[in-house]
Each structure stands twice: as structure tokens, then as C-alpha cells.
Ligand binder design. Structure first.
Ligand code: ZN
Length: 382
């Protein structure tokens, strides 16, 4: 099926920034594609070679409404947040693959009343500033405005909008930030949506890790991930990073095909090694295991010992369309204390897979994974 995509993908260690109709996102499928294909609308916008960094070119527009004084948010603060902290954060968590660069449109007053309709804001803002910018040189536009009580702090879309500009029709990704709630976390979160990641939630099944009924999902309940409540700038979990194409042969996700003991390296560093384990499950919701440590943007994430996040591994499963779910392998469910710590086994009720952390040290963690023995026949010989 033909889908519209406008995305970043890893190809042969480099990255593609592309748009168009592509039916798969595997590196092999993308590698085989032509640079442009008019029939499908596919077009490679930019290609980087390893170890080059892909900087997403971003214009931040500071806009207010008719009769509304511009918020106190200053241009230098916005610049430092988006092209300083958030750029650095993405460079770190993508292992040097992706960042943000660009410019700021200083405060402009839109000729419209305050509104929560971001489409109206987009339509009012672009003609007003069109003469200042060549929109063909940007991939993403962040519209910061005093949106007010709209029921959201920010929005970000992974699907581009086609807008008409003085230079012709241009496809752009848009994010919207309520000026009163402008924080590094919010900016990184909404830009995360434009990169294709959805929310990082928490699965709460009460006194068990999984159950077929009676569970609830906290949509933003992953406290260790910017796509959830991971304040201010916590790394994406392994599932989001895998989808974004940030792992490679050096920093890899090991699919567990047999029982054994695995050495996992801290998730935050770009040093070579296994950054996560992927344990297949028959329903397709594979279990991901990652070892978080107080390094870089994850420093202080345990809130002085309130959370056990650095003492073992975190477990995640996919949670619907581009969403993820943090599990608590040591119920009763408590999202701050969701690490699987040494010596305490987790047995997956769906598969019987047994996961035990043997040793956690600053540079490495050893984890034993025992896959269930499959009985192929109808007789159990025991
Ligand atoms: Zn969101």
C-alpha cells in the first residue's frame, strides 16, 4: 500500500531524509530506491554518509495574536533551548546521527483573534513572514504562540503539510508550542512527533505485570522518556530509537534467538556494544530490555534514589501505533520503580521467557534470558 512518508531513515550507516510513497521502511528497501520516482512521488531530499550528522533544518516562529501582548519568552532563550539544549539532546540520544539547526523569526503579531486552531495560525503566520525566509531551506516549522487554554501544551505532526509560499508549494512538518508552557521537554517532545515517534506510556495491571483484562494505560506514564513524562530531556526508549534508525552494527539491538547471558552496555553512551535486547513474543509485541545509567541527559533521572531506574533494566513493549509501554516487572505497579533489579526474575506470562539481571556495574550489565522450551508434539515427555 502506498503511504505518504516524510521521514528520516538509516541507510548503510548514513541517513536519508525523504518524502514520498514507500511501502516499507527497512534499510534494504530504502537502499534500493531511486533518488526520485515521479510515479510514486518518492524523493530523497538529503542523504548523509556515515558518520555525518543530519541536522533537521528548523524555523521557529514566535507569533502572537491581535491585541495580545507578546509573551515574555525571549528570542535568545528560545534559540538556546531549540538549537542548544534540544539539539544537543537529540545528538546524544541518536548517537550522533541527528540534530536540529535553523533560525528564529522574532515576535510577529498575527492579524487574527486568539484561537486554538493551529491551521488558522499556520495560514495567518506564513504569508506574514514569507518575505523573510525561503521555506524550501527548512524541513520543520515550530509555531510558538500564546494559544491559551486549548487542552494541549503543544502539538506535533509526523505528516507534512503542503503550503504555498513565494517560492512555490513547499512541504513542511509543523509543531506548535504554547508560549506559556515553552520548555526543553515540550519542544523535544513535539519535535519527537515530527520524527515519527508517538507517546511513551505505562502499563498498569495492578498486582501483576500483564493481564488480559483489568489493565490501564497511562498515556504519558513513562517517566524515563521524553515522549512520556521524562523531564527535562530523558532518552527515548529502545523501541523509539530502533524505529528512528539510530542503532547500527556498532551500537546494536540484539535479538535474542537462544537462551544465554548477555552483556548490555549503558544505553546513553555511543560506545560500541549491545544497547538493548529484543526478546521475540508471538503476538509481535516484542520485549525490549535496556540498561539506563546516570550519563549525559539521563543524569539525575533517579531523583536521588527515589527511583530504582539505574539499578537494573527497564522493560518495554510496543503499545499501538508508534507508541510504547513501560512495564513494571516487580508489581504492584509503580512507574517510578519499574526497573528489574539483580536477582529478581521476571517471567513473561505470555511466553514463559525468564529474564534475570545477574550483575549491574557502571560499564556493563549481565542479564540471563531463558527462552521457553517449545513442545512440538502432543506429548509432554516429562
Ligand atoms: Zn505528544
Amino acid at each position: 500500500m502506498l503511504r505518504r512518508l516524510f521521514a528520516v531513515a538509516a541507510v548503510a550507516g548514513g541517513l536519508l531524509f525523504f518524502r514520498g510513497g514507500v511501502s516499507g521502511e527497512s534499510p534494504a528497501a530504502l537502499e534500493a530506491l531511486p533518488e526520485t520516482d515521479e510515479a510514486s512521488g518518492f524523493e530523497v531530499l538529503r542523504r548523509t554518509q556515515p558518520p555525518a550528522l543530519l541536522s533537521v533544518r528548523t524555523l521557529v516562529v514566535l507569533a502572537t495574536f491581535e491585541g495580545v501582548a507578546p509573551p515574555t519568552l525571549t528570542e535568545p532563550f528560545v534559540r538556546e533551548t531549540v538549537f542548544g539544549a534540544v539539539d544537543e539532546y537529540y545528538r546524544e540520544q541518536s548517537y550522533g546521527r541527528l540534530g536540529f539547526e535553523g533560525d528564529i523569526q522574532p515576535w510577529v503579531s498575527l492579524p487574527i483573534e486568539p484561537t486554538c486552531s493551529v491551521a488558522d495560525v499556520r495560514r495567518a503566520a506564513l504569508p506574514l513572514i514569507d518575505a523573510n525566509w525561503d521555506f524550501r531551506t527548512f524541513e520543520t516549522v515550530v509555531l510558538v504562540a500564546p494559544y491559551g487554554a486549548c487542552g494541549w501544551a503543544g502539538l506535533g505532526s509526523r505528516f507534512p503539510e503542503t503550503v504555498s509560499t513565494a517560492e512555490g508549494a513547499v512541504e513542511l512538518l509543523f509543531a506548535y508550542i504554547n508560549a506559556a508552557q515553552f520548555t526543553p521537554h515540550l519542544v523535544a517532545h513535539e519535535l519527537g512527533h515530527t520524527l515519527g515517534s508517538h507517546h511513551s506510556g505505562f502499563l498498569n495491571c495492578g498486582v501483576v505485570t500483564f493481564a488480559s483484562s483489568g489493565c490501564s494505560i497511562s498515556e504519558y506514564g513513562d517517566y524515563f522518556d521524553v515522549m512520556g513524562r521524562g523531564q527535562p530531556l530523558r532518552h527515548w526508549n529502545a523501541i523509539h530509537k530502533l524505529r528512528a534508525g539510530w542503532f547500527d552494527d556498532q551500537r546494536r539491538v540484539e535479538t535474542v534467538a537462544h537462551s544465554g547471558v548477555f552483556s548490555v552496555t549503558p544505553f546513553e553512551t555511543a560506545t560500541p556494544g549491545i544497547k538493548a535486547l529484543r526478546i521475540p513474543r508471538p503476538d509481535g509485541n516484542d520485549l525490549f530490555v535496556e540498561y539506563r545509567q546516570p550519563i549525559g541527559f539521563d543524569a539525575g533521572m533517579d531523583q536521588g534514589g527515589f527511583s530504582d531506574v539505574f539499578q537494573g533494566v527497564l522493560l518495554h513493549i510496543p503499545g499501538g501505533f508508534r507508541k510504547t509501554l513501560l512495564l513494571d516487572p516487580t508489581p504492584p505497579a509503580e512507574p517510578h520503580r519499574a526497573a528489574l533489579t539483580p536477582g529478581r526474575p521476571f517471567i513473561d506470562p505470555l511466553t514463559g521467557t525468564r529474564v534475570v539481571v545477574l550483575r549491574a556495574q557502571p560499564e556493563t550489565l549481565e542479564v540471563s534470558v531463558t527462552l521457553p522450551v517449545r513442545h512440538q508434539g502432543t506429548y509432554d515427555l516429562q
